[in-house]
Ligand binder design. Structure first.
Ligand code: GLU
Length: 348
């Protein structure tokens, strides 16, 4: 494991850049929505029975700028359950509470390369969850929430995620009941972690808090505000409230960059170049540090559980808004003029 002492005394510089003006962003968000409105690929999740009943045509997009600019298109205000996207924000709250090193030790920061509900991933790693963005790691993270009882822990999660969203979020009772009746696998993961001594507290109670956090009702607009809070050094750009520290934002986004789209996280980072988290109800939020966040909602998913239309639209927005973290251009024009030209292709 890398020892963070190597650079602990080195100040963190921040390079932000900026988005085009409000009108231009507004136009680009509308273009993104109309461009992918007709896309029909993928299927809705059905392993949580109630999710199978959702209207697959729903499609919303939202962009929130750190300066407070808001842009919504389509069904951006349609409510759906946050599902796995909650993991990212509960993880941030856990680091805020316990610090970078303790959470890293308990939960880990690496992609397992296996499905989000994999039992094998836990077994292969001696009971260590490894990845806070899949179910085992997220259950271990939820167990770190402060509170003497499960009720208090749940309140802390709900309040924390509400602060990220800038409004009180509430439980979708129908989704919660549907998942609570069918989440044998998550209960098994909770008990497996406990058997390895990796989970304190009653595993069934922790899994219940986790199931509730996944059933919080949000909109694409909410997700974009939540993501923009992580893009804005932990201050909600709409309410002005400080929710978590700058360091927590950095740590959370670093983990999400390599884990946020399940076992497709590498494909996502390669194509879109932004830390993001998706959930099986069809939401995705991508964060451009120092600039803002982009969220999509569309229920049809790929085989890994990622909304297909949201991926397409966010990919478009990442390109057109210049958000890809890995994209650069020469700092000085002369540099590009004198750059060596690529070697000629061999004729076949
Ligand atoms: N509540 C879901 C589960 O635990 C979340 C899955 C997801 O969105 O990846 O199975």
């Amino acid at each position: 494991m890398l020892d963070p002492a190597a650079w602990r005394d080195v100040p963190q510089e921040v390079s932000t850049g900026s988005l085009p003006g409000w009108d231009r962003v507004e136009e680009i968000v509308r273009n993104a929505h109309s461009r992918y409105r007709g896309e029909r690929g993928g299927t809705v999740a059905d392993y949580i029975p109630v999710l199978a009943e959702v209207d697959p045509e729903l499609f919303g997009l939202a962009v929130i700028e750190v300066g407070g600019g808001l842009h919504d298109a389509g069904d951006a205000l349609h409510p759906f359950s946050i599902q796995s996207i909650s993991k990212m924000f509960v993880y941030a709250l856990a680091i805020q509470e316990h610090g970078h090193e303790r959470v890293r030790e308990i939960v880990g920061v690496n992609n397992t390369g296996l499905a989000f509900n994999s039992v094998m991933a836990v077994e292969l790693n001696d009971g260590h969850p490894m990845n806070p963005m899949v179910n085992a790691g997220a259950i271990a993270t939820t167990a770190l929430m402060p509170g003497a009882t499960a009720v208090e822990q749940w309140e802390r999660v709900r309040e924390g995620l509400s602060a990220f969203a800038g409004r009180p979020l509430s439980l979708d009772g129908v989704v919660y009941a549907s998942e609570a009746q069918t989440n044998d696998r998550n209960r098994a993961l909770g008990r497996l972690l406990r058997s390895y001594g990796r989970l304190s507290g009653d595993p069934d109670e922790v899994v219940d808090v986790y199931t509730r956090q996944c059933a919080l009702s949000v909109t694409a607009h909410d997700l974009a505000v939540m993501g923009a809070t992580l893009a804005d050094g932990g201050v909600n750009p709409v309410t002005g409230e400080r929710v978590v520290s700058e360091e927590v934002c950095r740590d959370t986004l670093a983990v999400v960059a390599s884990t946020g789209l399940y076992e497709r996280s590498g494909d996502w980072l390669f194509e879109i170049g932004l830390p993001a988290k998706s959930g099986v109800a069809g939401g995705i939020v991508a964060v451009a540090p120092g600039k803002g966040a982009v969220a999509g909602f569309s229920p049809r998913l790929d085989e890994a559980g990622n909304s297909i239309r949201s991926q397409m639209a966010i990919g478009y927005l990442s390109r057109v808004l210049g958000l890809n973290l890995f994209a650069s251009a020469p700092a000085r024009r002369e540099a590009s003029a004198t750059a060596p030209s690529p070697a000629p292709q061999e004729q076949s």
